[in-house]
Design a protein around this ligand. Structure first.
Ligand code: DAH
Length: 341
């Protein structure tokens, strides 16, 4: 039996020396030193030996088993090392490759334009004044000289809440009332940026939500020429110092007189293209002198005070600057659009 053990030992060592694969090593372990392995079974058979041979055999058997177990552990480590070296060589892991970039967000294109607008108006002394998006009908319409049933209400399709008289603001103009009541009787130079909501059938040019930037200046000697000069200065900073700017007569219930502002088309430089529909001009804002009724509603005496106001759409300005053809991209949450800015 001792000879049998020595033979097994020799065979096992010979075999393991040739093993290069994990699976073959596993099979070797099962064959020799596993629970039903040949060496294991032989060690268990010690009881069949004559008593006087048992001690010697047992000692040798344990030594053989220990050595084979050690040989197994060494081989296992060797195979692991070889596999690692091989996979490095084959390029499965290339530790010299640069890491994967972590995706970073960016400012929404509308916010980029808003910030540009804020900076320009800030340089002219206008501070940002924020007011509520959920408004009452009175401030959104009545106090701006748009009474119930007035046809001018048709200009603003409105989202109503379940609370009567509480609506989503259809424009930033109600902010004029809040600002006047906050600053009266002192002078005002503010811009009122923020989201507006209209219950409109949406199309490439219309959305149910969009930003506006309202502006308001109130003081004792403010004239139409101040409005024109200030808006022109803004348009030159925003669209280029050489851009022509023109004012057209218009109508808004809360201004008198009312005007609309056009700049020379920034895409075709006034020659006429599809964006300006061949006119050479792009409309960028509505504006006017604050209506005496609105001044009074804000707490100012129109006999001593006057003011101008304007309203512009940053998404529309962004569309003009980048040649974006559909306003619905802005709030469509599509990264393919947003990542371009
Ligand atoms: N509130 C107007 C709108 O939503 C825009 C506007 C026009 C604002 C003239 C003004 C203004 O302050 O003077 O269409």
């Amino acid at each position: 039996m001792l000879q049998q053990l020595e033979d097994l030992y020799k065979n096992a060592l010979d075999e393991i020396g040739a093993i290069t694969e994990k699976e073959a090593l596993q099979a070797w372990e099962t064959k020799y030193i596993g629970r039903k392995g040949k060496v294991t079974l032989l060690v268990r058979a010690v009881g069949q030996l004559p008593r006087e041979e048992r001690a010697e055999f047992g000692k040798r058997a344990n030594a053989v088993k220990d050595e084979l177990t050690a040989a197994y552990t060494r081989r296992e480590e060797l195979i692991r090392q070889r596999e690692l070296a091989k996979s490095l060589e084959e390029g499965e892991i290339d530790v010299t490759l640069p890491g994967r970039p972590i995706p970073v967000g960016g400012l929404h294109p509308a916010n980029q334009t808003l910030r540009e607008i804020y900076a320009i108006w800030a340089d002219m002394g206008f501070q940002v004044f924020r007011t509520r998006e959920v408004e009452d009908d009175e401030t959104n319409f009545e106090l701006l000289n748009i009474p119930q049933h007035h046809p001018a209400r048709d200009l603003w399709d409105t989202f109503h809440t379940t609370t009567p008289g509480v609506i989503l603001r259809t424009h930033t103009s109600p902010g004029q009332i809040h600002a006047m009541r906050h600053f009266a009787p002192g002078p005002i130079r503010v811009i009122l940026p923020g989201m507006c909501f209209r219950y409109e059938q949406i199309s490439a040019r219309k959305e149910i939500q969009f930003n506006q930037v309202e502006g308001l200046a109130v003081g004792t000697h403010i004239r139409l020429s101040d409005l024109k000069g200030t808006i022109t200065a803004f348009a030159h900073r925003m669209f280029g110092a050489d851009r022509k700017v023109r004012f057209r007569g218009s109508y808004f219930p809360f201004t008198e007189p009312s005007l609309e502002v056009d700049v020379e088309c920034i895409l075709c430089n006034g020659k006429g293209c599809s964006v300006c529909k061949g006119t050479g001009w792009l409309e960028i804002a509505g504006c006017g002198m604050v209506h005496p009724t609105v001044l009074r509603n804000g707490g100012y005496d129109p006999a001593t005070h006057s003011g101008f106001a304007f309203g512009m759409g940053p998404e529309r300005i962004t569309m003009l600057k980048h040649g974006i053809t559909d306003i619905r991209y802005f709030w469509g949450n599509d990264l393919r659009f947003l990542e371009q800015f």
